[in-house]
Unconditional design. Sequence first.
Length: 294
Amino acid sequence: MPRAALLSLHARVAGVEPSTWEDPSLAQLWGPRYSTYVVAERDFALFSLGRLPDTEKGRRRADEMADLVHAHLDGRRMTDREVAGALGVGNAIRYAATTGTVAIRWEGARAPTVWTVAAADIDPADARRELARRYLHIFGPATAQGFARWAGISRAAGAAAFASLEESLVAVQSPLGDEWLLADDEPSMRSDQTTAAPARLLPSGDAYFLLDGVERELLVPSADRRGQLWTSRVWPGALLVEGEICGTWRRADRIVRICAWTKLSRGARDAVEGEVRSLPLPGLEREIEIVWEA
């Protein structure tokens, strides 16, 4: 989501400010599994048309919804609730997103604003292939089934996308079995030159721990701790210290609560607190208060 995307960017690159999420190089849409995503504007078509259903029934549903939304808006911008209410379609309005013609802007507090755009001139199959490439780069090693589950597309579509990338993939054996990796990513996977940051605060839903099933066991072996990170309701953020998840964190206004799973050194605590105070949080009138919880 937009505010979480801001913190995800901050954890990875320098120079992120509270207004960065509004940069024109970024775009918002209902992406994989119709969740709100912030993506590079140049990749808008990949995260929309790349998920266009591969069945005639699914495509017809998406196209018909897109036509209804486009006709109702008629060049205007309205909230999704207003549009869905007027059309009597509820959350089904999101089906139009896979046509690549619906953009949104959501600040997190109110309903998203919706408007229509011209679809990019790219074949949906090509868009899906490039979306699979990005999925592999972030989540790889991975499988076609995992890609389909993440993107919210059919298994057949996921398999076809991976098959179209075959010449640029390498087969690997991971703790989860037979998987695929982008050949271009193999050198970095084998490299031991990466230095982990002293501390990072990843927001709820960050791609680093956007996992399910046995994938979670690889990242967090303890079942009790997995239950604290992947809750049945809104997930907390993940606390990383020197590249390892070692706790969770939540923020309410200017108070950041940190729950470390193990005792941290004074240096590690200082690094975490320094990271908290560097977060690009908008609209705070007073300094952030940090609360360490057992």
